[in-house]
Design a protein around this ligand. Structure first.
Ligand code: HEC
Length: 487
């Protein structure tokens, strides 16, 4: 079971390089699966199914269902009922890792038992609020990473290996757009996000983010803009490029996503490049969300503008690998998703100057099952609005703003690589009040975009394609509410 979990990680975005990068620094560190097998399995069963002690995967919690309740059970025990106290034998980090491990096993059981839609081409699927079909828009792509729309309906798609493609009326043009920047395409690096300026019709600007090669095998995320003319990317301007000494070696955690705020600013994210301490350093660009003017100038009212030694474009820090950024269509708030380690994927509301805590606080542990920290909260650091433990490898986020699925209006849609799913999140008052897995297991989800035509577009890897969700009225009940829909 544990091995099965590992292999989903390995084939997910969190590839082999990430596994290797996790460092078992202290000799005393033990894999959480070994701790469970040696100290707990006797009483709770090898698969947590229960024996002398109760099942830990049935979602029934006598002594507290939240993380702290479970940690307390392990720490303090119920000696009178036969559950020993482990505070002497286990560190608080080990206990935190056990809580994550128990959550993973519970989620695996629920996944196995759940009947979540696995849509087949052109077959209608019923979800809680709308029935839909997953319709293929275009195939023939190589690891599509991001999707953006031009005002005339044409679609731009980045391919990770470094090509910008154009799709016209559902037809993928055979030639990639010439003249885009050369990218460092290794591991998670390559051509990343593409965005179209909100005033594109007037100014023609297209924005690209990519991993830019530095000296001695180093790389860092860089940002350019340019215009499309006769199949070429022209008038290119570099809007963000870190000084060479800030480039980092390693193939992981480049971010990145763009979002415009409609007031002339552009936000973009950069992952911490696998150097976790960098996320806390204001002198480093990685592990941050940045804000610049749409022409690359730095706004004077940025939170760290004018601070000695700080990079003036930084908007927030302590972000691990942010691969989802979206602006709420009504409140204008900036929402972000970021990959956690093993456990601790996060949904955050990004506010200027705030510290989102990585790697000082996290709900996750190391990929090898050794604990990272028992600290999930700390004064002066922001809590995620939501965390996914176990991780789903949350990769993309967008608010639905169309009208073809009226009951999804303003819901946040997130895509996941390892769990290969799209989730719908209903937000109210800055909180997530409901989550629905819309579908699962038809490819790793790299991007989710609310299209200008009201369809919800999804970029998949494996098989590589762009598909869209279109309403399937045939099986939609007249009330518009599917039977068994949660209130
Ligand atoms: C000697 C047997 C025994 C061992 C060893 C043991 N447990 Fe338990 N555990 C129990 C029993 C019995 C209970 C139920 C206590 C009660 O009824 O209050 C329990 C309860 C629990 C609970 C609370 C369940 C609930 O419903 O709230 C958790 C969590 C838990 N154990 C985790 C662990 C972990 C993790 C380990 C290993 C570090 C472990 N246990 C080792 C016997 C054991």
């Amino acid at each position: 079971m544990f091995n099965a979990f590992r292999s989903t990680l390995t084939c997910g975005l969190l590839g082999l390089s990430t596994l290797v990068q996790a460092q078992p620094s202290e000799a005393s560190r033990r894999d959480v699966a070994d701790i469970y097998a040696s100290l707990c399995a006797n009483c709770h069963g090898a698969k947590m199914e229960g024996a002398l002690g109760p099942s830990l995967i049935d979602d029934i919690w006598k002594s507290g269902a939240d993380d702290e309740g479970i940690a307390r059970s392990i720490r303090e025990g119920q000696p009178a009922s036969g559950m020993p106290a482990f505070s002497g034998a286990l560190s608080s980090q080990d206990i935190r890792a056990l809580v994550i491990y128990i959550r993973e096993q519970g989620a695996q059981r629920r996944n196995a038992a759940a009947s979540i839609a696995k849509p087949v081409a052109d077959k209608a699927v019923r979800s809680e609020l709308h029935a839909f079909k997953l319709e293929t828009v275009t195939e023939g792509l190589d690891t599509p990473w991001s999707v953006a729309f031009l005002p005339d309906g044409r679609m731009l798609v980045t391919e990770k290996a470094g090509r910008l493609r154009l799709v016209e009326k559902g037809r993928l043009l055979p030639e990639p757009i010439a003249g885009t920047p050369g990218v460092w395409s290794r591991g998670q690096g390559g051509l990343l996000d593409v965005a179209v300026h909100p005033d594109y019709a007037k100014n023609g600007w297209i924005y690209l983010s990519y991993s830019d090669a530095g000296a001695n095998g180093s790389a860092m995320t860089a940002i350019v803009r340019g215009k499309l003319r006769a199949g070429r990317f022209v008038e290119q301007q570099t809007l963000f490029r870190a000084p060479p000494e800030q480039y980092r070696t390693g193939n992981v955690h480049f971010g990145s996503r763009f979002v415009f705020d409609g007031k002339g600013h552009l936000f973009f994210s950069i992952g911490e490049r696998g150097k976790k301490e960098d996320a806390q350093e204001l002198s480093r660009p990685n592990g941050k969300v940045h804000r610049i003017h749409d022409d690359g100038r730095i706004p004077e009212d940025n939170p760290f503008a004018g601070r000695e030694g700080a990079i003036a474009s930084i908007w927030s820090y302590g972000n691990r690998n942010p691969q989802g950024l979206a602006r709420h269509p009504v409140t204008g708030e900036l929402w972000e998703t970021e990959h956690g380690p093993r456990g601790g994927d996060e949904l955050n509301r990004i506010e200027p100057g705030r510290n989102y805590g990585w790697p000082v606080i996290t709900y996750g542990m190391n990929y090898d099952g050794t604990p990272m920290t028992d600290r999930t909260a700390q004064e002066g650091m922001q809590q995620p609005v939501l965390h996914w433990t176990p991780s789903i490898a949350v990769c993309a986020a967008d608010f639905y703003t169309g009208s073809r699925f009226p009951q999804w209006k303003n819901d946040l849609f997130v895509g996941a690589l390892a769990q290969q799913e799209v989730r719908r999140l209903r937000l109210e008052g800055g909180k997530v009040v409901h989550q629905e897995v819309l579908f699962k297991d038809v490819g790793r989800v790299r991007d989710v975009v609310s299209g200008p035509d009201g369809y919800l577009y999804v970029a998949f890897n494996g098989p590589d394609r762009i598909a869209r969700l279109v309403p399937a009225p045939a099986i939609e009940p007249a009330s518009g509410k599917a039977p068994g829909a949660k209130p």
